[in-house]
Write a protein that binds this ligand. Structure first.
Ligand code: CDP
Ligand code: CDP
Length: 204
């Protein structure tokens, strides 16, 4: 039987970290849907048409080692505003969500558009400064030279574009549980997410 956990929220809120740990805890599969948009955006950097790029994504595109850079993130956010790009990626995400054994998907529109019937919806946030600080540590930890101000600017630009677009904008689903991780360690945020999922599974 399928069981879907939808985890949405702004950039660098902790969606991916929480999703990975929740998936490991329950034995669910995990899909980071941001990677689909990052891989599509990355392919447009050499002039490829965004819709063509989304329709012809390959497994290799999803494994490129520069997908996590702010330049690719910006390209992702630009292509993500194109309705035909989003439409090209829907079937893959919905099929993943329905796989037997349970699935966690994280992104921007999982609870609102991709899986409106998900059993659990979480909307993960943290303050801008804290998100920027975490992402800055992550990028510089990998050896990238980038200032905290540049990281903050990337997050703010993407959040503004992602929230303002007409196609599947970033916003909490009406029935999402809000999880503000500003004052939480990763372990605390994961424990809170697991408690929410346990309470739903207990009811089922
Ligand atoms: O997937 P998303 O962009 O929402 O965020 P992430 O990549 O999971 O998290 C961004 C960074 O914040 C990572 O380096 C996490 O280890 C860190 N993080 C944290 O320090 N405290 C949390 N409660 C959650 C994430
Ligand atoms: O890790 P971070 O939160 O910084 O970004 P991401 O989740 O990898 O997403 C990169 C970009 O892809 C976002 O800024 C959105 O524009 C787009 N995206 C989207 O529109 N819908 C999704 N379900 C996932 C990502």
């Amino acid at each position: 039987m399928s069981f879907t956990v939808a985890i949405d929220g702004p950039a660098a809120a902790g969606k991916g970290t929480i999703s990975r740990e929740v998936a490991a805890h329950f034995g669910f599969a995990h899909l980071d849907t941001g990677l689909l948009y990052r891989a599509t955006g990355r392919r447009t950097l050499d002039g490829t048409d965004p819709v063509e790029a989304a329709r012809t994504l390959t497994p290799e595109d999803l494994e490129a080692d520069d997908l996590r850079t702010p330049d690719v993130a910006q390209a992702a956010s630009r292509v993500a505003a194109v309705p035909e790009v989003r439409a090209a990626l829907v079937d893959f995400q919905r099929a993943f969500a329905m796989r037997a054994g349970g699935a966690v998907l994280d992104g921007r529109d999982i609870g609102t558009v991709i899986c409106p019937d998900a059993q659990v919806k979480l909307y993960v946030t943290a303050s801008d400064d804290i998100r920027a600080d975490r992402r800055h540590k992550e990028l510089t930890g990998k050896g990238m030279e980038i200032s905290l101000e540049q990281v903050l600017e990337d997050l703010r630009q993407r959040d503004a574009r992602d929230s303002a677009r007409e196609a599947a904008p970033l916003k909490p689903a009406e029935d999402a549980v809000l999880l503000d991780t500003s004052e939480m360690s990763i372990d605390e945020a994961v424990a809170s997410a697991i408690a929410t999922i346990d309470s739903v599974r207990g009811r089922g």
